[in-house]
Design a protein around this ligand. Structure first.
Ligand code: PEP
Ligand code: MN
Length: 376
């Protein structure tokens, strides 16, 4: 059985049931596709009426195909997905109100910009990612203790962050490094959410932990090392929880888009893509933050783009410059690691900002955001 996540770990009244939280305003009208499915887009006329659009959608459903309606400023685009042989026989262009019909030729179909013809917004708790506002996510690399996470949550919220990050299941290069507090870490995150009011994003590393992590997280993080863990991608695609997919350190932009396609193809359109640095020949920095990816992704996909300059450069003093550059390049959100005592951090202390430096960064991010027509 999929997507049945009972909530035994959570006291009644403490959290709304997952079944309720899984429904968001970005809820798709899709279910699982087959291997030989085809995507078509129906572009309606600017003067198409609501009745005409509803008529198209219901006929598509009658044919056993799926329709995804996207309302842009000028017109409505209806994405159609289903088995290729079935779709090809249907007279999609014959409906009143239709201007043109075309196949999505890109290998990433549901993810491609043209499938929706407008940028998607993804809700994490009550926070919208993908609007004019650049959303700042922040928090420690790992959740370490109650004092640590509560103190950091409060300081980042006061500085202007909108989403709290923190790892409970940590993907570490060495099996001897701190692996995270697991379920206790999730409970501490839930407490920090209650105290701060901030929604939380945390990593799920393995399908076996998804049920547990989904009970606590407002947004699931898929880490760089798992970007091509296709069974995990499919499983998170069967929930309706927002998912932030991080680019693998040796993955091309196209690889990232294809991995996102796995999640959408299971019916979950609530996906954020995160550039977090790739491996290059450079040794002076931890990774090379590929800001090229930001405008390329914004052109290729309707999904919001997050940049993680912390892992991208890996050196505290240089994080602010790359965070500002990410916003200038068009990121919809940035994710920054912050620690109240980085010298004692159990992971990634060397790249974590102190709360006061983070507050200073948010002030500067606000100026850059305004300069490029955004807000914080
Ligand atoms: C993290 O966000 O702490 C993390 C482990 O990121 P990545 O998967 O990008 O290395
Ligand atoms: Mn980290």
């Amino acid at each position: 059985m999929r997507t049945v996540f009972p909530s035994p770990e959570v006291a009644p009244g403490q959290r709304p049931p997952l079944s309720a939280r899984r429904k968001t305003s970005c809820e798709p009208s899709f279910s699982t596709q087959t291997a030989n499915s085809l995507a078509m887009i129906i572009i309606t006329r600017p003067d198409a009426t609501e009745e005409q659009i509803q008529h198209i959608v219901s006929r598509i459903a009658d044919w056993g195909l799926r329709a995804e309606v996207s309302r842009g400023e000028m017109r409505v685009v209806i994405g159609v997905i289903g088995a290729e042989d079935k779709i090809r026989q249907k007279p999609l262009g014959a409906f009143p109100g239709v201007e043109s019909v075309m196949p999505v030729l890109k290998p990433y179909k549901l993810v491609s910009y043209e499938f929706r013809g407008t940028a998607s917004r993804v809700k994490v708790g009550d926070v919208v990612v993908g609007s004019k506002e650049v959303v700042v996510m922040a928090g420690p690399c790992s959740v370490e203790s109650e004092d640590q996470i509560l103190s950091i949550a409060q300081s980042i919220r006061d500085a202007g962050a909108k989403i709290l990050r923190g790892g409970a299941f940590k993907p570490r290069t060495s099996p001897y490094s701190f692996q995270g507090l697991g379920k206790v870490g999730l409970q501490l995150l839930a407490e920090a959410r209650r105290e701060s009011g901030l929604p939380i994003i945390t990593e799920v590393m393995d399908t076996k932990d998804l049920e547990l992590v989904a009970e606590y997280a407002d947004c699931l993080q898929i880490g760089a090392r798992n970007m091509q863990n296709f069974s995990l991608l499919r499983e998170v695609g069967r929930t309706q929880l927002p998912v932030m997919l991080k680019r693998g350190m040796a993955a091309s932009i196209k690889d990232l888009l294809m991995s996102a396609e796995y999640i959408l193809s299971e019916g979950n359109f609530n996906v954020l893509l995160c550039e977090r640095g790739i491996r290059t020949f450079e040794t002076m920095t931890r990774n090379t933050l590929d800001l090229n990816a930001v405008p390329v992704l914004k052109a290729e996909t309707h999904l919001p783009v997050v940049v993680d300059p912390t892992h991208g450069i890996g050196i505290r003093d240089f994080v602010p410059a790359m965070a500002l550059a990410a916003v200038a390049a068009g990121a919809d959100s940035i994710m920054i690691e912050v620690h109240n005592a980085p010298e004692f951090a159990k992971s990634d202390g060397e790249q974590s900002l102190l709360p006061k430096d983070f507050a200073d960064l948010v002030r500067r991010v606000r100026c850059v955001a305004e300069a490029v027509g955004r807000a914080v």
